[in-house]
Design a protein around this ligand. Structure first.
Ligand code: ZN
Length: 385
């Protein structure tokens, strides 16, 4: 994957690669057009930021337009917030530590999530025709706003590399025991878009995975025997190029009893995704059990999960018990070295130039609302889109 080593803000000789304005024809320029130098402005730290003018649309912009710090008053907060979110800090805790407003952390968390979404989409582009390993799939269970509104998140994980190939939310009805009061409250809630529930999320996941498989090869999938998985694979247009192995959970006996041979085989087969679920519950405040930091909106939870996926794939070592610094992205052949947060945030990705496709675009625009909440602000920024 093509990704700079040096952040855009630090480059010695920066030339704009295209016009940053979304509606300018030169926004999609395949080769860098000529831009006219248009003065500069000083930063608080005494640096001068070069400005340019686009001869095509007349807009002026600076090099900052190509950096993730675009329009930020405190760009230095991006890295500590990204790292803090992956260390199970909640927004208010981060705001207290960093000396900023809690709303700043919430806004930057959304910006980081959108960036992570586009970065993962670009990484998948570079993996087209390169997927060589079985993919282990399972739904990570969580909820938005209230336990009345649960949803699963389909997570496909590479069996060998532990690379996470995406995420697809799957809202579903509340299950399990509930009191009469809880049931009345649940019924009063406005219906929410399910987008196909479990089966829909698997279909969308298969749509993203299949182009990664070299032509003539079969996509090997491993699941826990959920009936929706087999149904979605059978109904998919590319069903002939897929093979689904099922590893249902066998009866385990009372707590503490030794695992049967079948249970051991199931745990071995599903380990990459079970390990990821444990890591997410451990590392993200919103997914801890019995927390007050639970997520209020599916959109925001998905943004934070995208950031966690980028951290897992590119920054965190595959295993921290060994001195080996190899990351899942290196094993998958996406990059040749571990990334720091600085490198993850080295440049801005423009969604109009590299559309993420499918419901990922809806998550980017925050178009997957939570109807139980009075307001659902969409992401419709003009310059920071
Ligand atoms: Zn332009």
């Amino acid at each position: 994957m093509r990704w700079p080593l040096t952040p855009v803000d630090r480059l010695q000789d920066f030339r704009p690669p295209f016009c940053p304005r979304r509606h300018c024809p030169d926004h999609h320029a395949p080769t860098p057009p000529r831009f006219i130098r248009h003065g500069s402005y000083p930063t608080r730290r005494g640096f001068h930021v070069q400005r340019f003018r686009c001869p095509r649309c007349g807009a002026t912009f600076s090099r900052r337009a190509f950096s993730l710090a675009y329009y930020l008053k405190r760009p230095e907060l991006l890295i500590p917030i990204a790292a803090g979110l992956e260390a199970a800090s909640a927004h208010r805790q981060l705001a207290r530590t960093l000396g900023c407003a809690p709303s700043t952390v919430t806004r930057l968390s959304a910006r980081l999530g959108r960036h992570a979404l586009l970065l993962l989409s670009r990484a998948l582009q570079s993996l087209h025709d390169h997927l060589q390993e079985p993919v282990v799939i399972d739904h990570f269970e969580t909820f938005e706003l209230s336990q009345d509104l649960p949803f699963g998140v389909a997570l496909p994980v590479g069996a060998r590399t532990w690379f996470i190939y995406g995420l697809e939310p799957a809202p579903h009805a509340r299950t399990g025991k509930r009191t009469a009061v809880q049931e009345r409250r649940r019924r009063r809630r406005p219906p929410r878009p399910a987008r196909g529930g479990y089966a829909g999320s698997i279909t969308r996941m298969l749509d993203r995975l299949l182009p990664l498989v070299p032509s003539g090869r079969v996509l090997h999938l491993r699941g826990d025997g959920h009936p929706a998985y087999a149904r979605s694979v059978r109904a998919h247009a590319g069903a002939r190029r897929m093979h689904l192995e099922s590893h249902p959970n066998p009866p385990r006996g009372p707590k503490g009893s030794p695992r049967s041979a079948r249970a051991k085989a199931r745990d071995r087969a599903m380990f990459p995704v079970d390990c990821l679920h444990g890591l997410l519950r451990h590392s993200l405040a919103s997914h801890r059990r019995e927390t007050i930091a639970f997520g209020r909106r599916l959109n925001a939870l998905a943004e934070r999960l995208f950031l966690a996926i980028i951290w897992r794939n590119f920054v965190k070592k595959r295993s921290e018990r060994r001195s080996d610094r190899t990351t899942p992205a290196m094993l998958a052949g996406v990059t040749d070295r571990p990334w720091s947060w600085k490198r993850v945030l080295a440049q801005r990705i423009f969604p109009d130039r590299e559309p993420a496709g499918g419901v990922w675009e809806e998550i980017y625009r925050r178009d997957w609302p939570t109807p139980s909440l009075p307001a659902n602000t969409r992401h419709r920024a003009v310059f920071t889109y």
